[in-house]
Structures are given as C-alpha cells and as structure tokens.
Write a protein that binds this ligand. Structure first.
Ligand code: GLN
Length: 202
C-alpha cells in the first residue's frame, strides 16, 4: 500500500502541509509520497488532496487558469479524500460572504453545501489558539489554530458537523471531504492528516 498526497501549491502554507503529511505517513508506517501539485495532470495522479490555507480569492483565481479548478472539482466529486484548510475550506463551500465586505463573487468549487462567512473571527490580530473536540472523527482534543478564520453559518442535511467553537461551526465533513476553519498543519498534531490518509487506505 502506497499513498500519494497532493498539496495544492498555488499560494498559502503549502510547505507546512507537506511536512505534516510526511510526518503522518511516517507515523502510520505507510509508504508514500507528498507532492505539491498545481496542474490538472498532477492533480489527476494523487490519491489524497490538501487545499491549504492562504487567500481563498487568490487561490481560486490562480486555479481558474488551465482548468486546474475544474479538474480538482471533478476529482473531489469522484471521491478523492480531500482536506480543505481555512482558505481551502472556503474554496470547497457553495456560498461565501465576507464579514466586512458581504458577497465576494470569488471562484468556488461548491462541493460542500454550506454557507460560510470569511474572516468571521476578525482580523489578523484576532487570530487565536484553542483546544477543540473533533469527536465525530474520534479525536478528543485537538489544538485549533485560527488565523483570519472563516466560520460555517449553515449546513445542508448531508453535512456532518465535526467541531463547534463559540457556537460557531468550525469543521465539517461530507463523505470524502473534510473542511476546517483552523490550521491542523500548524497545530503540532498530525491526527487530522493521518485521518485523511487513512481514508485513502480503505
Ligand atoms: N481570510 C482568508 C480568506 O478568506 C483565509 C485565512 C487562512 O487561510 N488562514 O481567504
């Protein structure tokens, strides 16, 4: 068994997700590879995908070129285990507004039927860390690192809520897709990366 993890490498904290994925593979004793990907053909070759945090508008606009966004959407709809982190979660959402600006009109994958508010917890200086429960994934305590994070304001019935903080939904799952408002790759815990990789081994 070998798992190839792809990290969308257009903008944002790609390196941190590559490192966390390597650590996860090592801890699980699974052979595999972690590769930054951005072309449709590279995306077609991976088993698992991570869309990192960064600026969702920038990532969306840059992936429109060369059909990268369309290929990514097809693979995710086809069942590829996918983790969207912060800006990555925003890209997965169906309906996005910004807390200050309202409608954003940004490119989205629309694979999760959720409503989401960007910058929901405030600006950069309002970034924070807190301990979360990801109980539906079997992870009791998880260090939540929030950086200009979005929150999920509504979910359709097919979406599982994985974590709530301060009465706001901060992690969701539907089938092969997990999205988090916070940054697992900066948490010092590889539990979520391991969970994602395990999905590809089943
Ligand atoms: N605020 C950013 C956005 O809306 C996301 C921040 C992050 O990924 N840490 O795209």
């Amino acid at each position: 068994m070998s798992v190839t993890v792809g990290v969308l490498s257009v903008q944002g904290d790609v390196y941190e997700n590559v490192v966390a994925s390597h650590e996860a593979l090592n801890e699980m004793n699974i052979s595999g590879d972690v590769i930054p990907v951005k072309t449709p053909s590279a995306i077609s070759d991976v088993d698992v995908m991570i869309i990192p945090g960064g600026e969702s508008t920038t990532i969306g606009l840059l992936t429109l070129a060369g059909d990268t966004l369309a290929t990514l959407g097809e693979r995710i709809r086809g069942g590829m285990p996918t983790l969207g982190v912060c800006a990555g979660l925003i890209l997965l959402a169906g309906d996005v507004t910004d807390r200050m600006l309202g409608g954003t009109g940004q490119p989205l994958l629309k694979v999760l039927d959720i409503k989401l508010e960007r910058n929901s917890f405030g600006r950069q200086r309002d970034s924070f860390e807190t301990t979360l429960s990801l109980e539906p994934l079997g992870i009791a305590d998880f260090p939540g690192v929030f950086i200009r994070a979005p929150s999920i304001t509504a979910v359709s019935p097919d979406i599982d809520v994985i974590s709530v903080y301060d009465n706001r939904i901060v992690a969701v799952r539907r089938d092969n897709i997990i999205g988090t408002s916070f940054h697992p790759e900066l948490s010092g815990s590889t539990e979520l990366h391991k969970y994602l990789i395990r999905m590809a081994t089943k």
